[in-house]
Design a protein around this ligand. Sequence first.
Ligand code: GLA
Ligand code: ZN
Length: 678
Amino acid sequence: MKKYPPIIPQMPHMLHGGDYNPDQWRAMKDTIWKEDMRLAKLAGCNAMSIGIFSWVALEPEEGRYDFSWMDEVMDMLAENGMVAVLATPSGARPAWMSQKYPEVLRVQENRVRNLHGGRHNHCLTSPVYREKVTAINTALAQRYKDHPALGMWHVSNEYGGECHCPLCQERFRAYLQKKYGTLDALNQAYWSAFWSKTYTDWSQLESPSSHGERSMHALVLDWKRFTTEQFVDFMNCETAPLRAITPDKKITTNLMGTYPGINYFRLGDAMDVASWDCYPLWRNNMDDALVASRHGFLHDLCRGIKDGRPYMMMESSPSATNWQPVCKLRRPGGHKLYSLQAIAHGSDTVQYFQFRKSRGSFEKFHGAVVDHEGSENTRVFREVASVGEALKKLDDVRGTIVPADVAVVYDWENRWAIDESKGMLQENNYEETVVSHYRAFWKRGIACDIIDETKDLSRYKVVVAPMLYMLRAGIAEKVEAFVKAGGTFVASYMTGYVDDTDLCFLGGFPGPLKETLGIWCEEIDALYPDERNALTYQGKRYEVRDLCEIVHLRGAESLGSYEEDFYAGMPAVTVNHYGAGKAYFIAARTEQAFLDDFYRAIEAESALTPVLDCELPEGCSATRRTDGETDTIFVMNFSPIGRMLDIGEGGTDLETGKELSGIIELPARGVRIFARKK
Ligand code: GLA
Ligand code: ZN
């Protein structure tokens, strides 16, 4: 095993910095820009993301570029030993463009064209928009290709939304025509005889809309797939000049966790490095363990987008986040812990939105490294500087991986299908369910990769795939081969219902996984929010809620059964010994305690190794990064009280340089990082 090379080769350290908008301060540049450099160095920053929303400053009139200010900023960064994560500005565009070319404006689902304003408000198909983006990206790449500060590319910003304009409709039709070939094939796949929806001409196909066609699930799924392809295609259009002119510079675009509008595993194909913007809703009390485990999942998901390569936490707030319902301050110490949580899960960066708080407009109260007050004498600045200090000690961790024997499946297309499914519950809560399974491993300090249906399973000991409702072609066969070869597979209620165009499997659920799981699911009962059933597993009773699938054994054995209602006594947890492996099925949505105990048994029989050989106290987590020779262990306490825990043989504390072993105290929101040779 070896390390991945640095994301930015000329900066072979953990990257620290973030969104920097000097163009907002051009009128005060003589004082502010200089002060920015002094403060950035003081905070230990080495990478600044620039130009994200600078289109009008770079091209004030059509075709007239003004790079003078950016030249100065780039020079200033280089002189101060920093690198630029240089953005392409397509996230927001100048008013002159919308005025002259209204086709660049996005059309909503109700077919009304937006006015100029906001951001992320452009058509992805518009030839004019693509031409303008290509031109400015080409100009940027030409201008800075040899500049010592150019580190990498930050393409656009948080791609999202969709456009329903006539140009996009045409493209959608072409996509469908290519996919299905004939209208007959499409009509079959869409089950369009239902409510007399059979299409008799391609021109009748339109994107879904809540005041038009929104009831045909296969159409909605295809529209979402198409929208993802639009972003992949648009990103490829944006990156073509960058790749041609600066072939050795890495490219990313910043993602938003589990944002449902784009299948990020697919968008990952268009980038070299994954990155995401991390804005947890910390409650600053005991609930933080729930928030922390959810964010452990989101960090692991980002790492999964590029198959485990170190990723970037591209944005985070060093304090309050102004769009959250309650703009809570980060508690003392919290900033360092939450920043290092990213590193602990495989990020090679801690970056912020933003460096200097803007003076006006929408984000003037968003947390920033430098506040309106303007100096280093703030609590937040000191917290940021402490992260800068900590990161300097982690040079050897940069590029290392997070090894995992467990994969948890989170699949965007499956989520779309569940969200549209119209049955069981109106809110079937796929994401929350996946996170609750993940949480059982997080609490034990057992690393998980987050993958989608399409990824390779063979490298894992255990694959957990809750609510795998949609089984696209070939997936069931892959799971079957994995189990036959000795893997452990865990499935749950709502598995194997539909194929990739949302047609139900005939012949019994879980469709093509019936044999592997050794069961037949005859019916599924939904419970009111306050209703409960229970199951007994290994002599213990656990509460179940929301969904109870009624299961018959077809080769599997029962490990636990329902306690109440007409299905009392029927199997609620099953295992099928299949080939050299095992396939488990959890038939109902259980309380967390069941998942914790169930996966504890899986841990023992699959010989999974937690990072630390001890019980992690409530609210604590542990992760490991490695280069194959040295392990770096991160122990984190997300709870608001101090915790004692036994780290066993321990290692060298990377912050203090001292040896650390045995029982240690982790203060409230404390984090310790130690390294040891394997
Ligand atoms: C997003 C955007 C940033 C900024 C932050 C504020 O992540 O990418 O430009 O608006 O939100 O939290
Ligand atoms: Zn459009």
